[in-house]
Design a protein around this ligand. Structure first.
Ligand code: SF4
Length: 377
């Protein structure tokens, strides 16, 4: 492991490894075929700093208005010792919660409220609840969990509450996107459930480290969201098994990056060569060449979860890759991976291969219709 760590340290350079949070862990499952991201994440490289240095930063993923609205909704749900949350759990989900001990781990009774101290308190509270034989229900507000990522422990700071019912822990995720007529954006639900999956794994790791069965953490997570266009919260139970399995696979992959490291030229590094004022001095061309040594799998969805999206999109456009047009078009043009090739098949300046005959006929037809429409306009 230390040899692997040395290789990853060399890839990153002397800056400290950038930690993960539940969002970055969730992003791991979104483009599992991307080797560049797997390498950068395993080495803890600051992808945002690279994108900024190359002049292609990703715009803020969430507006400050959206962030504020999310914080207000969370406060509302957790007000008065999580009174609204308890009402939902009792009434909407029919969960038996006659009494609940609410513990806010943001106020740990210590001057030192660092993540490490809050994690120690969280650990103590979780283990106490797990070993307890009485029927007291436990709501843990602002817990700090820890998960091993690429051999290193990382802190996760859920905006959720873990609680115990009948000896089982559950993860609650509070999100401010609306559920209208029982329907929510599938992409937003998937992202929220994947985040919750990271918390499930971290809580299981905590219990298992003390010889307690990790299955005492339920794979069903509870999503709290506003109902319709009101601020009134509603709760739903979501089966997170697929997301937990996908995240487990990706975390396992991060510890098996040697084959990917072996594909890089010797001495490849993504070091930004910071000067005394912490300004990057690395030649952008050299850095770009280092990045291009690691293969990518750009899709338009990368813009929602990866700081390098605009860097990779620029490369994919320069290479004319079909991937920049989205997965629907990529699937429609199966077997053709370059926009230039598709255009030449469409205008008959390129002869199709034997397995491209049907596709070429469809492209020629589309091209003829488009030409007719342009001429008649
Ligand atoms: S933006 Fe680039 S590095 Fe990030 S996941 Fe997509 S292809 Fe990979």
């Amino acid at each position: 492991m230390s040899l692997l760590n040395d290789r990853l340290d060399a890839l990153r350079g002397p800056t400290p490894a950038k930690g993960h949070d539940a969002r970055t862990l969730a992003a791991l499952t979104t483009n599992p075929g991307c080797n560049r991201r797997a390498l950068l994440d395993a080495a803890g490289v600051d992808k945002d700093a690279i994108a900024v240095h190359l002049g292609k930063p990703r715009p803020l993923a969430e507006s400050s208005i959206a962030l504020r609205s999310g914080a207000i909704f969370e406060q509302q749900v957790k007000a008065d010792g999580c009174a609204e949350l308890l009402r939902l759990l009792r009434d909407v989900l029919d969960l038996p919660l006659p009494e609940a001990a609410h513990t806010d781990l943001a106020a740990v009774g210590s001057q030192d409220a660092s993540l490490q101290v809050r994690h120690t308190y969280t650990r103590h509270a979780v283990l106490e609840a797990a070993r307890s034989t009485d029927s007291t229900r436990t709501l843990l507000d602002h817990p700090i969990l820890q998960l091993t990522v690429a051999g290193h422990p990382v802190y996760l700071e859920p905006d959720v509450v873990a609680f115990q019912i009948g000896g089982v822990f559950r993860i609650i995720e509070i999100k401010s996107f609306a559920v209208v007529d029982g329907q929510a954006s599938p992409a937003k639900v998937a992202a929220a459930v994947t985040q919750a999956a990271a918390y499930v794994l971290a809580l299981r790791e905590l219990l298992e480290s003390e010889g307690i069965d990790g299955d005492r953490v339920s794979h069903d997570v509870i999503l709290i969201t506003p109902r319709n266009f009101s601020r009134r919260p509603t709760a739903s139970i979501v089966d997170a098994r697929k997301k937990i399995a996908a995240l487990t696979r990706q975390l396992d992959r991060l510890t098996r990056v040697e084959p990917l490291l072996d594909t890089l030229p010797p001495h490849t590094t993504f070091d930004l060569a910071l000067d005394q004022d912490k300004r990057p001095t690395r030649d952008p061309k050299e850095l770009t060449a280092a990045l291009q040594a690691a293969t990518t799998r750009y899709t338009p969805a990368c813009r929602h979860f990866c700081d390098l999206a605009y860097v990779c999109r620029g490369e994919a456009r320069d290479e004319g890759l079909i991937d920049v047009l989205g997965s629907d078009i990529r699937d429609d043009l199966g077997g053709v991976d370059n926009i230039g090739t598709a255009l030449r098949l469409a205008d008959s300046t390129r002869a199709p291969a034997a397995d491209q005959a049907d596709l070429a006929a469809a492209l020629r037809h589309a091209h003829a219709v488009r030409t007719q429409l342009r001429e008649s306009a």
